[in-house]
Design a protein around this ligand. Sequence first.
Ligand code: NBY
Length: 820
Amino acid sequence: MKELNKEEFKSEVEDYVKVLFRKSIKEADDQQIFQAVAYAVKDFIVDQWMATHRTYEEKDVKTVYYLSMEFLMGRALGNIIINLKGNQAIKEAIEELGLNLDVIEDQEPDAALGNGGLGRLAACFLDSLSTLGYAAYGCGIRYKYGMFKQVIENGYQIEKPDDWLKYGNPFEIKRPEYAVEVKFGGYVSIKKDEETGRNKFVQENYQSVLAVPYDLPVVGYNNNVVNTLRIWDAEAIDTFNLDSFDKGDYQKAVEQQNLARTICEVLYPNDNHMAGKELRLKQQYFFVSASVQRAVMKYMEKHDDIRKIHEKVCFQLNDTHPTVAVAELMRILVDEYNIEWDEAWHITNKTCAYTNHTIMSEALEKWPLELFSRLLPRIYQIIEEINRRFVLDIQRAYPDDYGKVERMAIIYDGQVKMAHLAIAAGFSVNGVARLHTEILKNQELKDFYQMMPEKFNNKTNGITQRRFLLHGNPLLADFVTKKIGDDWITDLKHIDELSVYTDDEMSRKEFMNIKYQNKVRLAKYIKEHNGIEVNPRSIFDVQVKRLHEYKRQLLNILHVMYLYNELKKNPDKEFYPRTFIFGAKASAGYHRAKSIIKLINSVADVVNNDKSIDGKIKVVFIENYRVSNAEIIFAAADVSEQISTASKEASGTGNMKFMLNGAVTLGTMDGANVEIVEEVGKENAFIFGLSSDEVIAYEHNGQYNPRDIYNTDGDIRAVLTQLVDGTYSSNLDEFRDIYNSLLDGQGGRPDMYFILKDFRSYAEAQERVSAAYADTAKWAKMAMLNTAKCGKFSSDRTIEEYAQEIWHLEKVKVEVTTED
Ligand code: NBY
């Protein structure tokens, strides 16, 4: 690996400030310095980037295309520097220029091209693919506006546009030479092919846009590998053609320009919720068609037999959002390469694989036939034919069971069901944690599992320790390396070697002192950004994730209200001071989620300003939770709140980031929590609440009545009453909807999230947390064991499993030569 040369680097930064801004370092502002430093770093990685792609071509390796509507990358600069192992040299170079690396890193806007777990998982996967040396492209959309910026005004969430490209993105490279056309609308005609004499299906009178790729580098850790995240932008295909200026063409030209302008404008800010908007389907087909077309072209540049594409290409579908890929590949094979249907279908089957990220019914993608066939007429025909044949297969397998077709068909009730298409068309269907995969097999996708059990497999999620420990928590990273060496950076299993130090008092003290310093860092952030003073000696109890009813931020804040009542009743009660920290964005149209944010802020106002409780409880809502501040938050947490209604959280990945940073899980037996507890031991976590089997049983038999709890439990009744009696808002209707949802549920069904049902068990687990924390040595050991036992949860392990069991990739070594 080429060494970073300090002097060279310094003069590059000076040159870039000059060339880009006609300024000296002294004259440039922080953003300009960031840009110059980023260009200097990019200069350094470009050789590795070229060497990587040259090596892939020489070795003709199989490539995975990770198709995803979302890549929640966060900031690039700090991460790239770390993966180049250039931290020391660059830090020194920058200091010698009279600058500060932290301040420079802070100038970079987050690349927030994603909502939450699904998008961040894609980002962690790219980091691991490069670090492990696998050939991969991330394929997505270059949204002009990413995840909205959240501002809290009077306790309410306000959404502001995220203009992340305002100053340009120094790391991207536009590749107009790889632009492709993507067609929408029109109709399909049958034409005789002159050469073959066969019928051909051609789309006519369509509108099209030009998909133009921008490449971003994905730098592996200390191995010369740089993969590519390719995000597509839309441009009008040709500006006004003045020669044919008749009315029809003029209209069409304007429409095409509008289409190009709108397609990549903004990320849909829904997490686990399908909005069903036409523009969203346009976005999906736009980036999928462009990515699949390019992958096929690239394959055919080096190979002559399209029938063997599965030997060199795999498309991994990140949830159902890119599922039109299977129909697009069929279209290319059948319409453009004249391959017979059956053979095209087999090729497609061997090339596509699908990951399921949720069982929430409102997240299942279903598109109305009318919309789908109007927007994608040829793709729709192909899906109809896929469906016709699939229904025949179902009937052959289950001749006497008509319910099977009803439940399994791809097209049914006037809708296209994307999950059914993905399962029928791919060779692999995977869930994202063991429990989740079992629920898929035995409940949600039971019929599909019975018919095609060989397709189903589990890939428990993971996270990259390089961003979430090495970059986010340098103090703990140094501590770990000092104790056990640095193998953990690329092989997290080694972190288990820390276990022996949990019995050593000095090590425990050091560990807790690091936690304390990280709490001081977060307290400073909170003071600067929220104006709230928090005590770093208090327990930092943290719930950060998207706001959703199933994640139960409401359970957490109701418990805070309960604790506050308890303290008011018994002011002299032993109570270990706690800071309850929340961070969450609510989807813009999700009213109840927004009310819950308002409730958290209202409770914070009352509790934080009540002198009588002596600062024993503080509540903080951190504005604009995102990847960059998450790194600081995880490092400072004592308690990790993972309290979803059992069965609803497919995996969770925040739970793993907390664990890595030595926070103890307070959670339900849901998603990957089950495996976390298995690794760390149930004595080193605080588990409560209904099991997923119990929740599912209640869902089937409907025997849950929250009013019974309300009527018999006075403490719970008091808390609920305070939602509507003016304690937290002079507007008595402010939280009425929340109150009603807890007691009456929705659509005649009692609260589907079992908040009151789990309340007592949660409160009791919280008491165990307080007791455990008061025993300093015990807590230190638990916390440290969480770090030590998190080896399984590296995305390196997850990607190794995908690579071996689904993608069948080979590892590549990259040498940078003078050629580069
Ligand atoms: O994927 C999350 C799961 O909730 C979480 O349990 C899991 O750990 C993570 C990674 O596997 N799912 C998620 O983040 N989903 C979305 O963000 C999402 C976004 C958009 C839509 C659906 C789901 N949509 O239909 O528009």
